[in-house]
Design a protein around this ligand. Structure first.
Ligand SMILES: Cc1cc2nc3c(=O)[nH]c(=O)nc-3n(C[C@H](O)[C@H](O)[C@H](O)COP(=O)(O)OP(=O)(O)OC[C@H]3O[C@@H](n4cnc5c(N)ncnc54)[C@H](O)[C@@H]3O)c2cc1C
Length: 266
C-alpha cells in the first residue's frame, strides 16, 4: 500500500504580501511555506504509515526550490518525494495542474490499496479544484472535507465534514481524500528525520519523463494548454462600517425593520 500526498509550496501570506502592478502576487519577494491543509494531509498519511507500515510519497509540482519543502516532508516521516518540474508545466491552471499530477501518479503506479491525499485547498489559488480533478483524471472515487480516517480492511472509513454535522462514508481504494485542518495536528520534523532526509529518494519528473503518459499532451498543459486564464485580479474595496443597533430584542427588530424599509429593501 502506498499513500501519495500532494503538497503545494505557497507564499507565506502571514507576512508582508507584495502585489505587482497588474494585481498578481509578487511571489519572488515573499517567503514560502508548505500549504497548511497539506501538512494535515501528510500527518494523516504518516498516522496510517505508523498503523500499517505503508509507504508515504510526497508529490509536488513546482519550481526547483520546492525540493527544500519536500526534504522537510521527508524529515517529518515521508519515505520519498517526487518533484514534478519543467518549463512546459509553468502557468498551468487547475485543470492542467491536476492532469500533470495525475499523470505523475499513474507513471509511478497506482495500485489497488493506494490512497491519494490532498489538502482541501491551497491558500494562494484557493480554488479547492485540484484534488477532485486529480480523482476525476485517475477515475477513482473521492471524498472531500475529510475530518477523520480509519482503515477497514481494503476500504477506508472517513468522516466528512458538512456545514451542520458529519457524514460517515466507506470508500473503496484506490481513492482520493481531501483533508481539512480539523483532521489532526501535524507533527514536527524529527531529529533523525532531519539527519536522514538527504539520503532518502527524491525523484524529479520533467516533461520528458512524463511525455508518454496518456494525460500529457503539450496542448493540454502549461499556460498554452490551460482552458482558464487570469483576466484580472484586484483587491475588492473595503466595505463601509456597519451600523450597530442597540436596545432589547423588540427595539432592535423595530429599528432593523425601519432601516430596511427606509432603504426600500422591505
Ligand atoms: C506562474 C503561474 C501562472 C498561473 N496561471 C494561471 C492561469 O492562467 N489560470 C489559472 O486558472 N490559474 C493559474 N495559475 C494558478 C494555478 O492554476 C494554481 O496555482 C494551481 O492550479 C493550483 O490551484 P489552487 O492553488 O487553487 O489549488 P487547490 O485546488 O486549492 O489545491 C487543493 C490541493 O491540491 C493539491 N495541489 C494543488 N496544487 C498543487 C501542486 N502544484 N503540487 C502538488 N499538489 C498541489 C494540494 O494538496 C492542495 O491542498 C498560475 C499559477 C502560477 C504560479
Amino acid at each position: 500500500m502506498k499513500i501519495y500526498v500532494c503538497v503545494k509550496q505557497v507564499p507565506d501570506t502571514s507576512g508582508k504580501v507584495a502585489v505587482n502592478e497588474d494585481g498578481t502576487l509578487n511571489r519572488a519577494s515573499m517567503d514560502t511555506i508548505t500549504n497548511p491543509d497539506d501538512l494535515n494531509a501528510m500527518e494523516a498519511a504518516l498516522q496510517l504509515k505508523d498503523a500499517t507500515g505503508c509507504k508515504v510519497i510526497a508529490v509536488s509540482m513546482g519550481p526547483p526550490p520546492a525540493e527544500g519543502m519536500l526534504r522537510q516532508l521527508i524529515a517529518m516521516g515521508a519515505d520519498e518525494a517526487i518533484l514534478i518540474s519543467g518549463r512546459e508545466f509553468g502557468g498551468s491552471d487547475t485543470f492542467a495542474t491536476s492532469q500533470i499530477i495525475a499523470a505523475a501518479i499513474n507513471h509511478v503506479g497506482l495500485d489497488e490499496e493506494d490512497i491519494v491525499f490532498c489538502g482541501r485547498q491551497a491558500i494562494d489559488g484557493d480554488t479547492a479544484q485540484v484534488g477532485p480533478q486529480i480523482a476525476d483524471k485517475l477515475e477513482i472515487p473521492q471524498v472531500t472535507y475529510v475530518a477523520d480516517i480509519k482503515k477497514d480492511g481494503k476500504d477506508v472509513v472517513v468522516k466528512r465534514m458538512l456545514e451542520d454535522g458529519y457524514m460517515t462514508i466507506k470508500v473503496k481504494t484506490p481513492c482520493l481524500l481531501t483533508c481539512i485542518k480539523e483532521l489532526n495536528t501535524p507533527r514536527y520534523m524529527s531529529v533523525s528525520g532531519i539527519m536522514e532526509c538527504y539520503s532518502k529518494p527524491l525523484t524529479i519528473l520533467d516533461f520528458d519523463a512524463l511525455k508518454d503518459e496518456p494525460l500529457i499532451e503539450l496542448d493540454t498543459i502549461g499556460l498554452k494548454g490551460s482552458p482558464t486564464n487570469i483576466y484580472k485580479s484586484f483587491t475588492p474595496p473595503q466595505k463601509g462600517v456597519g451600523v450597530m443597533l442597540e436596545g432589547d430584542g423588540k427595539e432592535t427588530a423595530e429599528a432593523l425593520a425601519a432601516t430596511l424599509a427606509a432603504k426600500h429593501i422591505i
